[in-house]
Design a protein around this ligand. Structure first.
Ligand SMILES: [Zn+2]
Length: 245
């Protein structure tokens, strides 16, 4: 029950904070993407936003840590995949905080683009490793997966992500940043739904291969978010290096 305590003490607010972070994060990227100008000073986050980022960092760290713990005790690769994704969300928030601390520097745009490139690179590495593990799991499905703790964890994650995606949906048309945050929440909810379905198939039919299938799907999902991030930040870095100072 300890794991449930961790989740229940993790309020829906976490995801709203995270959405705020995604907003800030993408805002930086947009600035990098569209070149510089006087408007750059506007990208400096307010103290309130910084505080939200720090709280989000702590909460998401706890969330992914709990997920990791459950995945290790249930031998579920799909839950480990989701925990890995959450860990990269932690990494992204930490990078956003770092980028915010660098915003007064002359080369802050370059640093932001570099941070985004590193983030995308880490996501690609995670995706590759998970794909490999998923194939291994599919070739010889492990039969020691404890489906109940996996299902409970995934259901909690689905509830929190789904609620936040729903809340963000109303604002998804307002601007690109909110839309990006909404899509991210939707993808996170989709991952949890996949893990939940896999756990139910194992519990009901003993289909242990479902865990490998879901893990592969999450690996693909991570790759589809990583590739545009790498491409955009790479383009921004090239653009910045050809621009006169
Ligand atoms: Zn995420």
């Amino acid at each position: 029950m300890a794991r449930l305590a961790v989740y229940s003490s993790h309020p829906a607010r976490l995801r709203s904070l995270f959405a705020e972070f995604m907003h800030a994060h993408h805002h930086h990227l947009d600035h990098v993407h569209h070149g510089h100008g006087d408007s750059c000073s506007a990208s400096k986050p307010a103290p309130k936003q910084l505080r939200a980022l720090k709280i989000a960092l702590v909460l998401v760290t706890c969330f992914s840590g709990a997920e990791l713990w459950v995945s290790a005790h249930s031998n579920s690769l799909s839950l480990l995949a989701d925990a890995g994704h959450m860990a990269t969300d932690v990494f992204a928030i930490a990078l956003a905080l770092w980028a915010a601390s660098q915003v007064d520097r002359d080369d802050s745009e370059r640093r932001n683009a570099l941070a985004a490139l590193v983030n995308g690179g880490v996501l690609l590495l995670l995706s590759s490793w998970l794909s490999w593990e998923a194939i291994t799991a599919l070739l010889s499905p492990p039969t020691d997966i404890l489906s109940l703790p996996v299902a409970i964890t995934a259901a909690v994650g689905l509830g929190v992500n789904g609620l936040n995606a729903y809340l963000l949906h109303a604002h998804a048309d307002e601007n690109l940043n909110l839309r990006a945050a909404f899509l991210h929440m939707l993808a996170d909810a989709g991952s949890c739904l996949g893990v939940l379905i896999g756990a139910l198939l194992i519990a009901q039919f003993g289909w242990y291969w479902a865990d490998g299938v879901v893990s592969g799907a999450i690996a693909l999902l991570i790759a589809t978010t990583a590739l545009p991030l790498v491409r955009q930040s790479w383009a921004s870095l090239n653009q910045l290096s050809t621009m006169p100072e």
